[in-house]
Write a protein that binds this ligand. Structure first.
Ligand code: ISL
Length: 521
């Protein structure tokens, strides 16, 4: 049993969390001011999205110096204070490791002695496309050669074939661990091994070798740390290899299968209705595949996804019930749950009106490309409103005051006007709030071994309205139910009457609109 199996992670996107200096952009000082809030919620680990020096082309996922803090976010001294403040409250800090690419303004990229640290070619060797629209090979007018960037053109991909690159990264990681951080969330880490000839960049030929080497070079001989691999396009079988403790690669992968079910196969902007049985099949396959070896991450939301209550639930009349139900269902699976800032308040998608309201490079590039290709601007906007990453990036809603108490200045992206009703101050004061529901779920994971370690059985797999599963450990059993519709529904579960101890909700197997329940025996 590893410590992280009973832990809950809280993700902070510092730009949008809390602004301490009035420049309209959240910062590390702002996070320090909210540590007691995190402690009250009861999370074990904070994952902090990038705060390093960066031209901010992709909000900090384009790093120009791995070993410092961007002045917009603070200084290394403020970082140390934040780390100490978390540790003093018994929380760990995991930082974002973005090493598939750097910024094009990183000194490595312009250093002639480090030409081979990136992928340079006289002509594009393949037709790879960037995740942010357009070709992935960019002509550099200075040298007349093309460089690879799987993300924006300001995010050139590092060449992990070069051992000097790998050693530089491992040494940077050791520097942060020596400073006291407790691990890394590794951005698109299954993209680092590429085979240009065969066109492979997901889970490439040397990926396991690189991760194992990193483990030996960085984590060996240290304990209590966390290594999370963010891995788009990873199968359960591959995830088993990545997270098998005996292989010493990473502790868990952060995978995307369930958040792709309402998207077409070729484009996230091709939005489909979510079918509940498909969601259950996906979760069920992951629960079973990592039952005896490996470990799951559990999440609905992060800084790249729309808000869960708007996407999978109901952000109108039944918002509170739906937000609680989604939390109940997710947190009682086997795996480590992640809470993305504001999810614990049931924050919703943003009412973006025009393209000017958007800030995200992915959305802006897609809009430009699609409209130029003849798509109707209104149709493109409709998709951006539903699936755009900026939905998750509107400022954290602290109070009902101006700009939701996020900043005393002008926020870098519009605050959701619903902060008048949805905010942390109101939620903490209301014992029935979504916030206190999350707090109780976190407490339950800490106190009930069946939640952290029990096995998992999907029930009613084909039911289109209700998500149902049981967990069991050493004779202790849980039943979890979630109504994914706005209508009341009564279910029958073989062997359960609903008269068992109700951990969440009232006794009985009748569910109100969007209601979630859990029973124990
Ligand atoms: O958000 C996505 C598509 O809409 C994903 O493809 C996302 O780009 C992918 O999961 C990788 O995400 C990570 O790396 C990106 C960065 O923009 C994301 O914010 C980060 O989470 C490049 O560093």
């Amino acid at each position: 049993m590893s410590w992280f199996q009973s832990a809950v992670v809280y993700q902070i996107y510092p730009r949008s969390f809390a602004d301490s200096d009035g420049d309209g952009i959240g910062d590390l000082g702002g996070v320090i001011g909210r540590l007691d809030y995190l402690a009250e919620l009861g999370v074990d680990v904070v994952w902090l999205s990038p705060f390093y020096p960066s031209p901010q082309d992709d909000n900090g996922y384009d790093i120009s110096d791995y070993q410092d803090v961007d002045p917009v976010f603070g200084t290394l001294e403020v970082f140390d204070e934040l780390l100490a403040g978390l540790h003093a409250r018994g929380m760990k800090l995991v930082i974002d490791l973005v090493v598939n690419h750097t910024s094009d303004e990183h000194p490595w990229f312009r250093d002639p002695a480090k030409r081979d640290w990136y992928w340079w070619r006289k002509t594009p060797p393949n037709d790879w496309r960037s995740f942010f629209s357009g070709p992935a090979w960019e002509l550099d007018p200075e040298s007349g050669e093309y460089y690879l960037h799987l993300f924006s053109r300001k995010q050139p991909d590092l060449n992990w074939e070069n051992p000097e690159v790998r050693e530089a990264i491992y040494s940077m990681m050791r520097w942060w661990l020596d400073r006291g951080v407790d691990g890394f969330r590794m951005d698109v880490i299954n993209l680092i091994s590429k085979d240009l000839a065969t066109g492979v960049y997901f889970n490439g030929p040397r990926i396991h070798e690189f991760l194992h080497e990193m483990h030996e070079a960085v984590f060996e001989g240290r304990s209590g740390l966390l290594a999370v691999g963010e891995m788009p396009n990873v199968s359960v079988e591959e995830a088993r290899l990545y997270t098998d403790p005996a292989r010493r690669e990473v502790d868990m992968v952060f995978q995307f299968e369930h958040v792709a079910l309402d998207q077409g196969p070729d484009s996230k902007w091709d939005i489909r209705a979510l079918e509940l049985p498909a969601l259950k099949r996906s979760f069920g396959r992951w629960q079973a595949g990592l039952a005896d070896v490996g470990w799951n991450s559990l999440y609905w939301d992060n800084h790249d996804q729309p808000r869960a209550v708007s996407r999978f639930g109901d952000d109108g009349e039944h918002r509170v019930a739906a937000a609680k139900m989604l939390a109940t269902v997710l947190h009682l699976h086997r795996g480590t749950p992640y809470v993305y800032q504001g999810e614990e308040l049931g924050m919703t998608n943003a009412p973006f009106n025009t393209i000017e309201d958007f800030r995200d490079i992915e959305s802006l590039n897609h809009y430009a490309e699609a409209v130029e290709g003849g798509a109707s601007p209104d149709d493109v906007l409709l998709a951006l409103r539903k699936m755009g990453r900026d939905n998750a990036r509107t400022p954290m809603q602290w109070t009902s005051a101006r700009h939701a108490g996020f900043t005393s200045g002008e926020p870098w992206i519009p605050v959701n006007p619903n902060h008048a009703a949805i905010n942390a101050e109101a939620a903490v004061a209301d014992p029935d709030s979504v916030f206190h529901h999350y707090r109780r779920l976190i407490e339950l994971r800490h106190s009930l071994p069946v939640i952290a370690r029990g096995d998992f059985t999907m029930r009613l797999p084909d039911d289109e309205r209700v998500y149902a599963f049981t967990r069991s450990l050493d004779g202790e059993e849980l039943l979890v139910l979630g109504n994914f519709t706005g209508d009341p529904v009564v279910v029958e579960i073989e062997g359960w009457t609903g008269a068992e101890e109700a951990l969440i909700g009232s006794p009985g197997l009748a569910l109100g609109p969007w209601e979630g329940k859990a029973f124990r025996r």
